[in-house]
Design a protein around this ligand. Structure first.
Ligand code: AMP
Length: 283
């Protein structure tokens, strides 16, 4: 396994691999890898001849008051995990390599990037779309792997790659959870003991929502019940709870085909997100 920090170098290696007809899978990450990331890496390993994991804490997707500086970083541990999973290359560029001075081109997926998490984190999805577009252009992967955990991000990236005719297949994989249901996240390490215990309410509330939708309740009733459950937990501060159409993120009232229920809740200083897709017929 190679750790490569230089764009020119990784392009040369991958261009040779492509000329030999090898397929390339990329798993873009910000590091601090957990089982959620590893599930993407395993799938990429299964589907492709070559697997590239990018580890890049992308400054452009963090707001000025967000946790860019303190975001967990541990390349040694991540490299060990990647080696174990049979990753071929870790792409680990310095910020200067991705954003040299004078950089001024950004990708904006209009409409989708300013609602939900985009409303509370202005500029976040512009940063995400830009860095993913850059990674696609550098790596030229056959397939790219993302988690349903970041549901809005997944929708935005699919839209960006289809709108801009990017020749890459986007794969979205299910949310990996802790035993008690909490969605795995690199940011879970910020939670203290009490916050960690309280955060379980998120997955419990989503499970309750699924039951309610299936018993014929509408979005308003479901969201009211879900927010009631969450508000009972000390220190929980709801950013949003929304029921939307899983493709366009428009609001929906009832489950016909499927509904995406998303939430963002702060426990102390830590903002957690989770979601569930609920299908019309029981599954
Ligand atoms: P991050 O390092 O947080 O930017 O995440 C990198 C990729 O891993 C994104 O596509 C995430 O959606 C995905 N991911 C993060 N947490 C999970 C999880 N619990 N289950 C599945 N995928 C995840």
């Amino acid at each position: 396994m190679k750790v490569i920090r230089n764009i020119k170098k990784i392009k040369t290696i991958l261009s040779k691999a492509r000329s030999e007809g090898r397929t390339i899978g990329i798993v873009p990450t910000m590091g601090a890898l957990h089982q959620g990331h590893l599930s993407l890496i395993r799938r990429a390993r299964h589907d492709n001849d070559l697997v590239v994991v990018s580890i890049f804490v992308n400054p452009v997707q963090f707001g000025p008051k967000e946790d860019f500086k303190k975001y967990p970083r541990d390349l040694k541990k991540d490299a060990l995990a990647c080696r174990k999973e049979g990753v071929d290359i870790i792409f680990y560029p310095p910020v200067k390599e991705m954003y040299p001075s004078g950089f001024r081109t950004y990708v904006e997926v209009e409409g989708l990037s300013t609602v939900l998490c985009g409303a509370s984190r202005p500029g976040h999805f512009k940063g995400v779309a830009t860095v993913v577009a850059k990674l696609f252009n550098i790596i030229l992967p056959s397939r790219a792997y993302f988690g349903q955990k970041d549901a809005q991000q997944a929708i935005i990236i699919k839209k960006m790659s289809s709108d801009l005719n990017m020749p890459v297949e986007i794969k979205i994989l299910p949310i990996v959870r802790e035993k008690d249901g909490l969605a795995m996240s690199s940011r879970n390490v910020y939670l203290n003991k009490e916050e960690r215990a309280n955060a379980v309410i998120l997955s419990q509330a989503l499970a309750k929502a699924k039951k309610m939708f299936h018993s014929g309740k509408n979005s308003r009733e479901v969201i009211l019940a879900v927010s009631g459950m969450i508000k009972e937990k000390k220190g929980a501060k709801i950013d949003y709870i929304c029921a939307v159409d899983p493709q366009g993120l428009g609001p929906v009232k009832n489950v016909k085909n499927s509904i995406l229920l998303l939430l963002a809740v702060k426990f102390g200083k830590t903002r957690l997100i989770d979601n569930i897709i609920i299908h019309g017929k029981k599954n």
